[in-house]
Design a protein around this ligand. Structure first.
Ligand SMILES: [Zn+2]
Length: 164
């Protein structure tokens, strides 16, 4: 595994892969590492990510307070880092943590428990979908996006034929 130097600034080999928004932030999805429960979404700039990668604790950039926010410092609901992954186009992080207590400031375990489900029309797979299931790249169960467009920013022409 490549060794990175995040001692004082985020390693340029990582920073160079980030696709930040206009405020210099990327979204960070926070997931309980063992149950895979999705707990919350926060935002990180380069320094918040560097701290998250190097200190064992999750640090966000608070958009409302415009300051670094190490989760749990005031609430006690700390997040201990177990792993961090970058998504395919660099605009989102998946942070696997051991969450102490509630992830949501309302006291709910997950922010999505607090917000609750919206009404949806449920979709169902069809027979033709079975073939597309076989093109998942690395074989990691549930982790592939075999049938998804290569980009979600409009660069895909909608034609799946011939893609690797
Ligand atoms: Zn919340």
């Amino acid at each position: 595994m490549t060794s990175y130097d995040n001692e004082t600034t985020l390693d340029p080999r990582i920073a160079g892969r980030l696709k930040r928004d206009s405020k210099g932030l990327v979204a960070a999805v926070i997931q309980q590492y063992d149950t895979h429960e999705v707990l919350m979404v926060g935002y990180m700039n380069d320094e918040a990510l560097r701290r998250t990668l190097t200190t064992g604790r999750v640090t966000f950039w608070s958009r409302s307070r415009q300051e670094y926010w190490r989760k749990g410092d005031t609430s006690g609901h700390r997040q201990y880092v177990k792993g961090v992954s970058l998504d395919c186009d660099g605009d989102a992080l998946l942070v696997e943590v051991d969450q102490v207590g509630a992830a949501c400031h309302t006291g709910k375990r997950s922010c999505f428990d607090e917000g609750g489900p919206l009404p949806v029309t449920v979709g169902h797979r069809e027979a033709a979908d079975a073939a597309a299931d076989t093109v998942i790249e690395d074989g990691a169960a549930g982790a592939g996006h075999g049938g998804e467009p290569a980009h979600d920013d409009g660069t895909n022409d909608g034609n799946d034929e011939g893609r690797a």
